[in-house]
Each structure stands twice: as structure tokens, then as C-alpha cells.
Ligand binder design. Structure first.
Ligand code: HEC
Length: 399
């Protein structure tokens, strides 16, 4: 019953998380599009009012006329529309999901028994949970310091972008050493997503509040608040595509259970940012296909890096394992969890929907079984201590 309740809450949280994220990212993409698509106002009176850009749009059967002021309108209306709850809801629901999916069972989901670092492979559950929280917090602190130190007046944004890119490579590498592949992808995505929400919470919204307050008091708003808000919101836009990929990567063990998974992750992060750049420029009227072309090149490189190596299967080809050998191994290493009625107390139903009760079940999932065993993703947390020799037998199985 407890496992069922957790699964049900998981479903509801995931629903909320995806909806909030769609709303947030949709709005963020919309405003970047609007900002870059603004054109000099046609009417002289608009220009005199201080409007520096406008956009005409048609949507849902109506016509819209957006206008952006260079600094601020002479008088601010009281019913100003603010955007922040979507960002906060996305982060909060995402964090809650992380807690119930990973932190409730850190031994399986966080601790990486194959880590090259002995200390990381031997973490206790609590240590792994604390490390994961520290990782998220540390990611934000480092990113925020980079922004503050490298570009305090928002004048060295190019250098800052390079620094943030290097930071993401380091985060990708560290995460794959410290956590299981699946958690590493998720946590790297969460470092970016935390920076995005924290940008909204700590800088963009407070800056806007200061600007509004100054204007209401008849003072000129501090231009740095506006510039910083813009800078952080531009960072957010380049994070969006990579974050979504890392969040959905959870269903694809071939990318995160690979030995070089951090390289695959870095390739996808840069590919996402480059593809986003194409759209950012496109809204400003510049078509530059080189960006998505390089992005697609990086994805093809990732395809090549993550491709399963055929070596194991070829080596074992001489002596194809028997049905009894294969089903024996699955019985020993998998069916305590992957059965219609799992014996393992943590599951009320077969995890990920995979049950291996009969030989037909096993045959039906042959490709998936070989893949997760070769990549060492399964047995989860290697709780049954499946050996490399046993993995080779599954790889050589041909029936
Ligand atoms: C301790 C319980 C446990 C054991 C033992 C275990 N699994 Fe899993 N398995 C899980 C869980 C939990 C998931 C879902 C994880 C996820 O969502 O990625 C899963 C997912 C899978 C998937 C789907 C992976 C995907 O990417 O969707 C396959 C295939 C699989 N297991 C095969 C196996 C095989 C083969 C074995 C034995 C060699 C095995 N499992 C042993 C718990 C277990």
C-alpha cells in the first residue's frame, strides 16, 4: 500500500511539474520572442511617449499590439501583470518529485556502485542525500558568483557565457562520478533549473520590485536592475532546451548508463543551447542555420559516443547460452522486483512495467534486458551483485 501511495503521489506531482514547466517555459520563450521581435513604432506619437519597440500579432481570432518602453512609461498602471508563480511552482514540484523518487531510496537511486571514486561508491543513503542537496545549492552559489564577479555591470556577458559553459562541463563530469547515471543527468538538469528559478526569485523579481517602487516614488529606477534582470532571463532561455532534455533523459538508460555519459550529457547541453540560439536570432529577423547545424552535429556525435559496443556479443557468439542459463540469471537477479507481484517490499507493481514471470515475458523484452544489463543500469544499484561474467552471458544470448 505504501509503495502504491508513493507512486500515486509521484504521478500527481509529475503532472503538476510538467504543466507548470510548460507554462513557465512557454511564457519565457514568448517574452524572448517578443523582445527580439520588436520593431521601431510606426506612429510618431508612440515614439514621443518613449516607446522604442512594438509588435503586432494575430492569435486566437484577435489582433494584439504590444509596446515596450525604453525606460518606463510616464505613469505605471496598478494592475501590472507579474510572472513568477510558474517558475516557483515548477521548482517546488520538481524538488518534491526528486525527494520521493530519489531521496526516499538513495541506496538504489543515488549511490553509484560503479563510481571511479571509492568514497562516492561507498556513501551511505544519508550521505548521498546530503551530497545531492549540497550539489544543487553549490551549483547555484557558483553560478551566481560567476555572474557577480565576471559581469557585475552586465558588461562582460560573452566571457560570462563561456564561464557558465565551462561550469556546466564540470557539473556534468562531477555528477556522473558522484551519483548513478540517471541521478547525474537529473541533478545536472536540476542545477540549471535551480539557477533559472533562483534567478527569478533572487534577482529578476526583486529588481523589478525596486524599479516599480522607485517609479512610484517619482525617482529614476536603477538601470542595473533592468540590465541584470535581462541578463539572467537571457541565461534562462539558453538553459531551457538542455534542462528539458535532461529531465526526460530518465527514460533512456542508453544515454546515462554509458561509461562516457558525462560527454554525452555535455554534447546534448551544448546542442540544446545552440538550437535555442537559432530561434532567438530568428525572432530578431536573422536566419543563421549554422547554429542548429552544429547542434545537430553534436547530437550525431552523442549518438556515436553512446552507441552500444558490439564487442561483448561477438566474443560470446561461439557458445550461445541456453534458455535455462538466461532464465536462471533473470530469476536470480531481476524477478524479485520485475514480477507481476514483486517480492521486493519497495514495489507494489512491476517497476517500469517490466515483469519477467515467464519465458515469453523474457523473450518479449530481450532487447531491453540486454541493454540495461550491458549498461550496468540493472539490477538497480546492483543489489544482487551481478558479475561481469553473468552480464556477458546475457549479452551473448541470441535466441
Ligand atoms: C531492486 C529492484 C530491481 C531489480 C533487482 C531489477 N530492477 Fe529493473 N527496474 C527497477 C526499477 C525501480 C526500474 C524503473 C527505473 C526507472 O524508472 O528508470 C527498473 C527498470 C527496468 C527496465 C526499464 C528501463 C528503462 O529505461 O525504462 C528494464 C528493462 C529493467 N529494469 C530490467 C531489469 C533486469 C533485466 C534486471 C535483472 C538483471 C533488473 N531490471 C533488476 C528495479 C529493479
Amino acid at each position: 500500500m505504501q509503495a502504491y501511495i508513493i507512486e500515486f503521489v509521484n504521478l500527481l506531482l509529475r503532472w503538476l511539474h510538467v504543466i507548470a514547466a510548460i507554462a513557465w517555459i512557454g511564457e519565457s520563450i514568448y517574452f524572448v520572442m517578443l523582445d527580439n521581435g520588436l520593431r521601431t513604432p510606426k506612429a510618431a506619437e508612440d515614439r514621443e511617449k518613449g516607446i522604442f519597440g512594438e509588435m503586432w500579432a494575430v492569435h486566437g481570432g484577435g489582433f494584439y499590439h504590444n509596446q515596450k518602453y525604453a525606460t518606463a512609461p510616464a505613469k505605471l498602471p496598478n494592475d501590472l501583470h507579474w510572472s513568477f508563480w510558474k517558475a516557483y511552482t515548477t521548482w517546488l514540484s520538481g524538488f518534491a518529485l526528486f525527494v520521493i523518487l530519489y531521496m526516499v531510496n538513495p541506496g538504489f537511486y543515488l549511490v553509484n556502485p560503479d563510481s571511479n571514486w571509492a568514497w562516492a561508491a561507498n556513501l551511505t543513503g544519508w550521505q548521498a542525500n546530503l551530497l545531492a542537496l549540497g550539489f544543487l545549492l553549490g551549483g547555484w552559489v557558483v553560478y551566481n558568483e560567476l555572474c557577480k564577479r565576471i559581469s557585475p555591470n552586465m558588461e562582460r556577458d560573452g566571457l560570462l557565457s563561456i564561464a557558465v559553459a565551462v561550469m556546466m562541463v564540470v557539473v556534468a563530469y562531477l555528477s556522473t562520478q558522484m551519483f548513478t547515471g540517471r541521478a547525474a543527468f537529473l541533478l545536472t538538469g536540476a542545477v540549471m533549473a535551480t539557477a533559472m528559478s533562483a534567478n527569478v526569485f533572487f534577482w529578476i523579481i526583486p529588481g523589478q520590485r525596486r524599479m516599480v517602487k522607485a517609479m512610484k516614488a517619482g525617482e529614476a529606477p536603477n538601470p542595473l536592475d533592468g540590465k541584470r534582470g535581462k541578463q539572467r532571463s537571457v541565461h534562462n532561455t539558453y538553459f531551457t532546451l538542455p534542462v528539458v532534455l535532461l529531465m526526460v533523459s530518465n527514460h533512456y538508460s542508453f544515454i546515462y548508463a554509458h561509461e562516457l555519459s558525462w560527454v554525452v550529457m555535455v554534447l546534448f547541453i551544448f546542442a540544446g543551447a545552440l538550437i535555442r540560439q537559432f530561434f532567438v536570432l530568428m525572432h530578431a529577423g536573422k536566419i543563421q542555420p549554422a547554429y542548429p547545424a552544429v547542434g545537430v552535429g553534436l547530437i550525431l556525435l552523442a549518438f556515436w559516443v553512446a552507441a552500444p559496443s558490439p564487442r561483448a556479443a561477438v566474443e560470446g557468439a561461439g557458445d550461445a547460452p541456453t534458455q535455462a542459463q538466461v532464465s536462471g540469471l533473470i530469476e536470480q537477479h531481476c524477478t524479485q522486483c520485475h514480477a507481476r507481484n514483486p517480492a521486493h517490499a519497495g514495489f507494489s507493481a512491476p517497476p517500469a512495467g517490466y515483469a519477467f514471470d515467464s519465458w515469453e515475458d523474457i523473450l518479449g523484452h530481450k532487447a531491453s534486458i540486454q541493454q540495461v544489463v550491458a549498461s550496468r543500469y540493472m539490477p538497480l544499484g546492483n543489489i544482487t551483485n551481478m558479475s561481469d561474467e553473468e552480464r556477458d552471458i546475457i549479452a551473448a544470448w541470441e535466441e
